[in-house]
Design a protein around this ligand. Structure first.
Ligand code: PFF
Length: 455
């Protein structure tokens, strides 16, 4: 059955524009900030292995499914799900998948913007030269000073949300596309340079064993759930970001090919970031898990303070990381904004202002939980930790599971075959992935977390 819907929001100008934008969404703080710190909190190599398995078996089929559903529906996730459910004669409640996604996007943005704010602060710190020959104690102190100052963080948070609103309000082509075109390749190169630097540090071999020699006794159900959640987070899955980007995709682009490129680039950047960071951790005799969410902000300045041209390289690194965060944040705000335009008939600018303002207000909770409210805990977690846990470890996997179930079980063969344009065998592999492997993986991991049968 052919699909001749047209998106009211416009369309990517080419296949490359989509790959760049989707990669821009996928590659972000998740790869460079979150991957190393989650690896450290979850015991190293065993986490890395489970994460890679989750990307290949769960993430990739869902990435294709989500993009494909977006292109077929050609609207914001809520309306896309409504249209697809009608087309396949399924219940209207499938819209809730879109609603869940929009909610997850807001929640993620609340802490994402705070960390992006740290990145902005570090752009200025690096160029000022404060990292020169600083000791571990000094870089830790520098980070602590930033985090304990709510006013300073509020300023960065406000600037970052304003930057995001600015791009989202300009729309698909002029806003989103231009922002990613040149920056992603340069970021990749810079992480490569950093990894090259770490190669020559004394802690390199210890770091390689830590990252790539898994100690499976370290695995428990919390580790497996974190790896799954992170796989969704890093590929921007389970909340409608890829569905929204898919809705702007031309009918001629091959979704499977684009999805494989996105997953490979995204995983490559994360692994390179790990290779860049952990050798420095070991060289200075630090315990990886001590770093917490501040890991890269405490570790990388040590390297920038020592290496030749470290001031310039550090500056460039944080500028690019900021751009990577920016292009991801855009995709976090886009689904809700597109929905407001469709539903309320708002102009894009107005819609983006409303969604941005909501994210800004919620972000203040995350910001304060790092200092003034650091003792206020629910289930043993601060607001920041709770929002991160809920959105990444619960909402994204559940959203992804529903995408897989809809695409695998409820979409007619003709519609998914039509969109994916795979050969017979490729289609069969994808179908097995979305019907069985991905849902079973997510369900098992969620169940074992709830009932704790892995111990
Ligand atoms: N994938 C982004 C990262 O790795 O930083 C974060 C993200 C963006 C998650 C968009 C979810 C999303 F919808």
């Amino acid at each position: 059955m052919a699909n001749n819907r047209i998106s009211v929001h416009g369309q990517w100008s080419s296949r490359w524009a989509f790959i760049l934008a989707a990669t821009g969404s996928a590659v972000g703080l998740g790869n460079i900030w979150r991957f190393p710190y989650e690896t450290a909190e979850n015991g190293g190599g065993a986490f890395v292995v489970v994460y890679l398995v989750c990307i290949a078996l769960v993430g990739l089929p869902i990435l294709m499914a989500e993009t494909m559903m977006g292109r077929r529906g050609r609207q914001s996730p809520i309306n896309t799900m409504k249209a697809l459910a009608e087309e396949e004669r399924r219940g209207r409640y499938w819209q809730l998948l879109g609603v869940l996604g929009v909610a997850a996007g807001f929640l993620i943005l609340t802490f994402y913007s705070i960390v992006a704010g740290w990145t902005l602060a570090y752009v200025f710190r690096s160029i000022s030269g404060v990292f020169a020959r600083s000791s571990v104690a000094q870089t830790q102190e520098m980070f602590a000073t930033l985090v304990s100052d709510p006013e300073r963080m509020l300023a960065w948070h406000t600037i970052f949300i304003a930057m995001t609103v600015l791009v989202v309000s300009r729309g698909v082509k002029s806003g989103l596309e231009q922002a990613v075109r040149y920056l992603m390749p340069v970021l990749f190169l810079l992480v490569l340079v950093l990894a090259g630097y770490s190669l020559a540090t004394p802690g390199f071999s210890a770091a390689m064993s830590y990252l790539f020699k898994p100690d499976f006794s370290q695995i428990d159900n919390a580790t497996v759930l974190s790896a799954l959640g992170h796989a969704f987070f890093t590929l921007s899955l389970g909340m409608g970001a890829m569905m929204t980007y898919g809705s702007y995709l031309s009918q001629h682009t091959s979704i499977p090919k684009a999805s494989v490129s996105i997953a490979v680039i995204d995983t490559g950047v994360a692994l390179l970031a790990g290779i860049a960071i952990f050798p420095i951790v070991f060289t200075y005799g630090l315990q990886p898990e001590e770093g917490g969410p501040g890991l890269i902000f405490k570790i990388l300045p040590i390297a920038f303070g020592q290496m030749p041209y470290g001031r310039g390289i550090g500056f460039l690194f944080f500028v690019l990381l900021m751009f990577a965060a920016w292009t991801s944040a855009i995709s976090l705000l886009e689904p809700a904004t597109a929905w407001l335009v469709e539903r309320k008939g708002f102009t894009r600018v107005r819609a983006a202002m409303y969604t941005g303002l909501t994210a800004w207000v919620l972000g203040i909770g995350s910001l304060l939980s790092l200092n003034l409210w650091s003792n206020a805990k629910l289930f043993g977690m601060t607001f920041f930790e709770l929002v991160e846990y809920l959105s990444v470890n619960v909402m994204l996997p559940v959203g992804g599971l529903l995408v897989a179930v809809f695409a695998g079980w409820f979409m007619s063969r003709s519609s998914s075959y039509d969109e994916l344009k795979l050969n017979k065998y490729g289609y069969m592999v994808w179908k097995v992935g979305t019907r069985f492997v991905a849902p079973a993986g997510v369900i098992l991991i969620l169940l074992q977390k709830i009932f704790g049968f892995l111990g």
